[in-house]
Design a protein around this ligand. Structure first.
Ligand code: DAT
Length: 173
């Protein structure tokens, strides 16, 4: 049994996943599992999508690479998809959301191509990641948190930290 929870922080690129994960890892001692890094370091790439200018991930390889970490628990998973992780290994799914105008500016400043920018804007407006989370996990463990400004980050972090403390209390022997 895990003594520390596994949490997915998901959402459209640019909403603030990595910012949340880094701060949570430093305040809670849990591990920031940056899937982007794992994909590169553990050779989980399965080609390149030229149109989207992004790596195609071999999900089986990725799952093999992180299986022991998930079993150990205490992982904060930072990834723009959530349906590949086994339900039994996940305790909380946070879908980070962002206002379209704010998100547009963040993605533009990353130098995204028009196509990539449009696709991501559409995904956020159509709530693609929120729907994926709701389709893949029990609704009680899926939480939607807004991340337009710094105050909201603080509020979100406080909520998640409290949730982690309660989870640990509930799961201690
Ligand atoms: P993601 O990991 O979802 O791609 P990120 O954490 O890298 O997103 O954040 C993208 C940029 O936006 C980065 O420069 C930090 C900034 N940012 C994220 N959330 C924010 C917030 N709530 N308020 C202000 N800036 C934020």
């Amino acid at each position: 049994m895990r003594t520390s929870p596994n949490i997915i922080i998901t959402g459209t690129p640019g909403v603030g996943k990595t910012t949340h994960c880094e701060q949570l890892a430093s305040s809670t001692g849990l591990t920031h599992l940056n899937v982007n890094k794992v994909v590169k370091e553990r050779d989980c790439e399965d080609g390149f999508d030229d149109e989207l200018n992004s790596v195609i991930v071999d999900e089986d390889k990725l799952l093999d690479a992180i299986e022991s970490d998930l079993e150990a628990g205490g992982q904060i998973i930072d990834w723009h998809a959530c349906d590949m992780f086994p339900q039994s290994m996940i305790d909380l799914v946070v879908v980070v959301r962002c206002n379209s105008t704010v998100l547009y500016d963040r993605l533009k400043s990353r130098g995204y191509s028009d196509k990539k920018l449009d696709e991501n804007m559409d995904a956020e407006i159509m709530e693609v990641l929120l729907q994926e989370a709701r389709d893949s996990y029990d609704e009680e463990i899926v939480v939607e948190l807004q991340s337009d400004d710094l105050d909201q980050i603080d509020e979100n972090l406080e909520r998640i930290q409290t949730w982690i403390e309660n989870w640990k209390k509930d799961h201690s022997e």
